[in-house]
Every structure is written in C-alpha cells, then in structure tokens.
Ligand binder design. Sequence first.
Ligand SMILES: [Fe+2]
Length: 175
Amino acid sequence: MQLDRYLYEEAKKEQMIITNSLGLDQAKTKALSYQLNALLGNFQIYYQNLRGIHWNIKGKNFFDLHAKFEELYTDANVKVDEVAERILTLGGTPLHTFEDYMKSSSVPVGKNISKDTEAVQLIVDSLTQLLLIERQILDASDEADDEGTNAMMSDFITEQEKTVWMMKAWLDQEI
Ligand SMILES: [Fe+2]
C-alpha cells in the first residue's frame, strides 16, 4: 500500500473512533457533558437562592422584588431544563439530586435572606460564578466544534451580563 493511501486509511479509522453520531469528538463531548453537569448543579443552587429570596424578602421594596425574583427563577427554571437536555443530547446523564449538586457547587448558598440589598447581592454573586463556568464551557465547546453548546453559552452569558448590570445599578455599585 502506498504511504499516502495508508495514512488516509489510518486517518479515516481514527476519525471513526473519535467522532460520535453528532459528528463531534467523543472524548471532548464527554468532557463537555461533565462541565455542563457542573453548570446544572450550580444553576439549581442559583434557582433555589431565588426561591428563598422570593419567599423571605421584607421591607418597602417587597412588591417589586418579590415579582422580580419570581421572573428570574422562572427564567432559571427554563435554563436548567435546557442545560439538562443538552447533556442528554451529548450522550450524558444530567445530575438530578441535590446531593450531587452540592458536590460541584461554587455558587454561594443564601439562607434566610430578607434584606433587599443582601438579596440582590446574592443574585450578583451567584451570576458571577455561573458566568465563570459558562465561559469555560464556551471555550471548551469552541475547541470541540460544538456549536449547539457554544450558542447556548453565548446566549446565557449575554443575558446574565445584562442582569448583573441591572442588579449592580440597583445596588448603586460599579461593574
Ligand atoms: Fe410565589
């Protein structure tokens, strides 16, 4: 067999071994599904933070913030499902117990927060952590040519950066 033919056959075999039915590198896809599971766990902590401050918020801003926090947790709920279904699309298994979520958690857990500034600061701190994870996934999905995950992270990042800006404006803080 000629050398160029041999190299072509070897490259083809390698290609067959490393790509999955989505046409994505199998090992990189697996690594991405782990990263997405870390995001899923942290998103669930963020979601539960929002439920906590929705329920416990007190003071003159109650009506505004109670409604705003509901809007945010409804949005987070949709995103949690999108992340879980992306993991399944990539051939992984989404984590679904809080026991597992807590193991990969970097989002701070807010407990019994009723003061408006503390509640809004918890949102900012949670989103800062989510953004860090999402940027790592953005880089990894770019490297893996995983356009679906990449586009999802891009959308999440854009929306969350805007939310951070608005929450910081409410807190009268610089970005
Ligand atoms: Fe409610």
